[in-house]
Unconditional design. Sequence first.
Length: 268
Amino acid sequence: MSHDSPKIMTLPQLSAGQDWRLTLAHDRPDYLLIWTTRGQGRLLLDGQRRGVGTHNLIVIPPRQLFALDLGRQGFGQAVVVPDGAALTLPQRPVQLRIREAGAISEFMALMEGATREQQGRRPLMDQALTAHGALIAVWLQRQLAMEEHIQPRPNAAIRLSAAYMRRITAHFHAPLTMADHAAALSVTPTHLTRACKAATGKTAADLLTERILYEARDLLTRTTVPAQDIARSLGFGSAAYFTRFMQHHTQATPSALRKAAARIRDAA
């Protein structure tokens, strides 16, 4: 499959069987469209915490911080669209709650058609998947044009939280504290923490910690980069401090996390 064509995945496939890949705040390099078909849970998106349920479509542009927890009974599909693909997709995060039966049936038919094409692996599959992606994008644009899906103007706390989340995405590799980010946003650490807590249910420090933790776990489980090099790349003063950080948040050492991921891959 070409790296330029859309790809259809289930949420378990997207998370590679590791819940933290969705539940920890993080961002991705590609567009992500998530269609929920079962379950209820929580969504962190565009600076705020939202409820999420069945027949929600979540549009996450590249490099937008988000987290999704649908619980053990939740299920859904994702469309992964490479950044730069020739599809007209929203530039801002969007959550649509689709209630009209006809619109639900139409979207599910589009997803089923794309899934069949991907599984069939026939000649010209990439071109066909791009065409399916274009139809999904048209369906999405039509929904966004409806009055019921007009997004309300966010309040001041949500706007500040969203600005902070954009800073996290851009600078989480740098050795910057939450207070450093607050200063860059021209607010006090107390004000930033209060705004993030009101908008997301998490403190500003929690959001920064989650993004760093996600990156650390991703690098430990997806690459062979030595733990000490990962620690250095994420601004940790020492490998020992990095180990303590990982044990505190995961109850496992970096080497144990890496071995557990290898067992999951071998069992797949």
